[in-house]
Design a protein around this ligand. Structure first.
Ligand code: C5P
Ligand code: ZN
Length: 452
């Protein structure tokens, strides 16, 4: 891979101008930020375009200028090579096409590295940036992208871990064992417990009363002078008594298997201000999603590139809206439930959940009581123009048993005249409206084969 990265870097350094084309999600934004900063520092003029996906039409819309595609492109190297004279693709989605002579293609899967879990678009782009010049300070933003693509489930591993180590050496990143809940920097601690996410704690998750009682029993004061206390405001002793109380709940609720997920490695950006959405890597990645998924990628990339003024204010507004949408989406699943097939479960949100966030909701839904963690979940949302967006999510243990959603999404989508792909643990597709049942039958069958 090193040699491929060198070739990519020298191709790019030789240009006056490079257009960066990236995926419109947190990882894609972080990738584009890393790429544009690195190009700018090397004296290469550049601009950015964001795409939902790189289908044939999108490729034909590309202008014939030297182009760096990040976090997309690997499924269409042939078409890119036919259309563009000079292109570099840095992607981590499962590659499909043959290679093309005029495209420098960097993808971990080509070098025996698992791009679903060990290198994201942004960390791959970071490896490129490192070849372009002295860009180790960009490791922080790169890790935000990897976490946006949920590559930190078992801690950052493989090449992602190398990026983390470089960030630590550079003083921009820090890894800490801490509670895995979301919102450690910004939420009142009782809200963090209530909306925590994974793992689900009986009597606490989803219950403000339960969260308050637990804090009370752990002897934690809720308020101090400045207002509500956040997780970062608690003393070390207070934090460990909250963790102990949560562990007891998990044990009592027969959830010992999920107790190991309560504390894990978490990541902090040391140069960002404490108590902001930018300090904690997972909060930062959610902030990026909140811009990208609502069609404001320019706001997200500006924040990644260091804009702390208007762009950050706008991003925070978008984040509030995003949170509301996620909560409403989860409530919809909880009240409507999911439908079980032999090897999967699914729900159809129609136009109740935006197609751009249905994947995030599906990913969060595995923590709901209504959802069975022993089978993957498939979610549908209307996406206009007679099409339906599909998102699917699995768990690490399903993947270890053979689950590969990238394959099932691709094959089942092709069977009904759509297109799909992604990663073993998280994948998506777009299919014609009305073909959901045929699609589901196919995914169900393939999943059964995969899980043996
Ligand atoms: O859209 P969603 O969040 O469900 O996508 C999950 C993963 O699958 C993403 O990495 C996305 O790029 C990929 N995907 C794909 N082809 C599609 C839809 C999604 O490769 N048609
Ligand atoms: Zn990605």
């Amino acid at each position: 891979m090193k040699r491929r990265l060198e070739a990519a870097a020298s191709t790019l350094r030789g240009q006056d101008f490079v257009r960066v084309v990236s995926h419109i999600d947190a990882d894609g934004l972080a990738s584009a930020a890393v790429a544009t900063v690195a190009l700018g520092r090397a004296g290469v003029k550049n601009d950015v375009r964001f795409l939902k996906q790189l289908d044939d039409e999108a490729i034909r819309d590309l202008e014939e200028v030297p182009t760096l595609l990040t976090d997309l492109g690997s499924a269409a190297i042939g078409a890119i090579g036919e259309w563009l004279d000079t292109a570099v693709v840095v992607d981590h989605h499962e590659p499909r096409d043959a290679e093309a002579e005029n495209v420098v293609h960097v993808n971990p899967h080509l070098f025996g590295v698992d791009g679903s879990s060990e290198l994201s678009g942004s960390t791959a782009t970071y490896l490129l940036a490192r070849e372009i010049g002295e860009n180790r300070d960009l490791s922080g933003v790169a890790v935000v992208g990897a976490v946006g693509d949920v590559q930190d489930r078992d801690g950052l591993r493989g090449l992602n871990r190398l990026v983390l180590r470089e960030g630590e050496a550079e003083g921009v990143l820090e890894a800490r064992k801490d509670i895995s809940f979301f919102g450690k920097q910004t939420r009142p601690v009782h809200k963090m417990l209530e909306y925590g996410g994974d793992p689900y704690v009986p009597g606490v998750t989803g219950s403000e009363r339960g969260a308050l009682d637990l804090l009370d029993s752990a002897g934690v004061e809720l308020r101090e002078e400045g207002g509500w206390r956040r997780w970062i405001d608690l003393s070390r002793d207070e934090r460990s008594s909250v963790v102990s109380a949560l562990l007891r709940r998990l044990m009592r609720g027969n959830r010992a298997d999920s107790a190991e997920r309560l504390v894990r490695e978490t990541y902090v950006l040391r140069e960002e201000e404490e108590g902001t959405e930018l300090r904690d890597v997972s909060e930062f990645s959610t902030l990026l999603n909140a811009t990208a998924r609502y069609g404001h990628p320019g706001t997200g990339i500006a924040v990644c590139r260091g804009d702390r003024g208007e762009a950050l204010d706008d991003a925070r507004d978008l984040l509030r809206r995003h949170r509301r949408n996620l909560v409403e989406g989860l409530e919809l699943i909880e009240s409507g439930g999911v439908t079980r097939l032999d090897n999967l479960q699914y729900f159809h949100a129609g136009d109740e959940i935006l197609d751009t966030v249905v994947g995030i909701v599906a990913g969060m839904s595995v923590n709901l009581d209504a959802v069975d963690r022993s089978a993957p979940i498939v979610a549908f949302a209307a996406s206009g123009e007679g099409e339906v967006k599909v998102s699917s999510r699995g768990t690490g243990s399903l993947v270890r048993r053979g689950l590969n959603l990238a394959e099932s999404m691709r094959l089942a989508a092709e069977a009904v005249g759509g297109a799909g792909g992604g990663h073993d643990v998280a994948a998506g597709a777009t299919i014609p409206e009305g073909r959901e049942d045929d699609f589901l039958a196919e995914v169900d069958r393939i999943t059964g084969e995969q899980l043996g």
